[in-house]
Design a protein around this ligand. Structure first.
Ligand SMILES: [Zn+2]
Length: 54
C-alpha cells in the first residue's frame, strides 16, 4: 500500500496517510492536526527521500 503525503491548506502542516490507490480521490482526507478537510496531496515520500548528491 503506498504512502501519500498531504498538506493541509488551513494549518500548513504535512501529514502522511497510508492509502490504497483505489481510495485516493474517493475517501475524504481530514487533517489530523486541525480537522480541516481542505487538504492537498503532496509528493509521495518514497520517491522524495532518495535524493542523490554526488
Ligand atoms: Zn490542518
Amino acid at each position: 500500500m503506498p504512502r501519500y503525503v498531504f498538506l493541509c491548506v488551513d494549518c500548513k502542516k504535512e501529514f502522511e496517510k497510508w492509502m490504497h490507490m483505489d481510495e485516493l480521490g474517493r475517501v475524504e482526507v481530514v487533517c489530523p492536526h486541525c480537522g480541516s478537510k481542505k487538504v492537498e496531496q503532496a509528493v509521495a515520500t518514497f520517491s522524495a527521500v532518495t535524493s542523490k548528491k554526488s
